[in-house]
Write a protein that binds this ligand. Structure first.
Ligand SMILES: Cc1cc2nc3c(=O)[nH]c(=O)nc-3n(C[C@H](O)[C@H](O)[C@H](O)COP(=O)(O)O)c2cc1C
Length: 168
């Protein structure tokens, strides 16, 4: 085993180690007709509390989308289905208009709720903390929707498809 000390860590290498933790893939959206629409592919999403229902995600502090998440005080977690890998790529790009060709409904506050997702979770920001080089958002769940369909996964830098190996 080649254990690495954090005192001499290489950012890319630490990212590889952290990327061993497999996750789902979300696109976190915000904005409305009065502002501009933003959407960011994010796998930092996690559920925190059921009573009250609270979730979190984090956004790199230099993101050009940050002002809109702050202004609206709301966000939507769109959990991608297996068929939506293109959306993950589109929303992790630096395209000028990431919403081109994207189907969405208007949710609470006029925020974009992407169509055909495995789940969508509409949230109101209840806490926003700068943590290192990211901004951590905690949101109270106000509306949610889900459909049982295979989801897109991400692990070790690659997209994967969820397959049951054992039922819990
Ligand atoms: C699978 C995956 C997960 C990602 N997770 C995050 C994340 O949790 N937070 C983040 O700030 N960026 C994350 N990114 C990178 C952003 O999607 C990417 O930097 C995007 O361009 C950010 O949008 P922006 O330019 O509007 O800030 C992830 C990218 C991929 C492909």
């Amino acid at each position: 085993m080649n254990t690495k000390s954090i005192s001499s860590f290489d950012k890319r290498d630490l990212r590889n180690a952290l990327g061993s933790f497999g996750t789902g893939v979300t696109v976190v959206t915000s904005g409305n007709k009065l502002s501009r629409l933003v959407g960011v592919t994010a796998n930092s999403f996690s559920s925190v509390s059921l009573e009250p229902p609270i979730v979190l995600w984090s956004l790199v502090a230099t993101s050009p989308s940050l002002d809109i998440f702050d202004e609206t005080g709301r966000f939507v977690i769109n959990i991608l289905s297996l068929q939506q890998m293109d959306l993950s790529k589109q929303f992790s790009s630096n395209l000028a208009n990431k919403f081109e060709g994207i189907d969405f409904d208007q949710g609470l506050g006029g925020l974009p709720v992407l169509k055909d997702c495995a789940a969508t979770i509409e949230c109101k920001t209840i806490q926003r903390n700068v943590v290192g080089d990211h901004v951590l958002f905690l949101g109270q769940v106000e509306n949610y929707f889900y459909e049982r369909k295979p989801t897109l996964l991400f692990c070790q830098g690659n997209y994967l498809q969820g397959a049951e190996c054992e039922t819990t």
